[in-house]
Design a binder for this molecule. Sequence first.
Ligand code: DGL
Length: 265
Amino acid sequence: MKAIGIFDSGIGGLTVFSQVEKLLPSENLIYLGDTARVPYGTKSKETIERFAQEDTQFLLQKNVKFMIAACNTVSALALPFLKKEMNIPIMGVIEPAVQKAIFLSQNSRIGVIGTRATIESKAYDMAFAQLDPSVQVFSQACPLLVPLVEEGWLNEPEAFSITQKYFEPLIEKKIDTLILGCTHYPLLSAIIQKAIGEKVTLIDSAKATAEVCLKTLDERNLLNKNQQGQHQFFVTDDTEGFRKKGEKFLKRPMSHVERADLEQP
Ligand code: DGL
């Protein structure tokens, strides 16, 4: 049975994996985290495209039927390139989140936070312009948030004050909806909600992506039913370290974490 391939620059894409697992329990899932080369969010478009191409080549060798670029940075900078290269369907995490934000916003003033590469690419602005040009988009790069999550600082006062500082310009703009445009940010949603204000609706792109994945597979007759899906995890660096952190992310034991050699799949 063919699997769904999910890849990210590292561990953060497990937020997407976890939502896909919940919504599609019968599917085989193969996760690739490029932990040796994370972060992607500080790199150039050329480098991100090259890394993303190597990630997808690895998954294609595993015979997947559908792919999810769980990484916002890859979705922002490399998705058009990957779509041209591949002969199986691939989706990113930006469009599902944008669609959901448009649906939920009352005042059409929407904030987006992400890595520097994602925000500078203007991929979210372009997606909004295409889907609803009446929306006003206010973006903010939050480069310190990924390292905070990597360190497991999810509720510390320091994490809160950094987040508060990043959000000052967004609060002035009176947004009513905020897209968490990075794999890691759903893990900070408690302090993000506190810092941006309880009235602002947070959009977790992981959940929105899983919903679109289900819909797309159904439309293309690619869904598996009536069996328990198998899960495999691959990383390009330390497998044990990934397993330990991953178990915290997923809040359950993980098996089958293997080392991926992207040059020799
Ligand atoms: N996965 C990246 C993203 O969603 C965050 C980590 C990185 O910079 O590689 O943008």
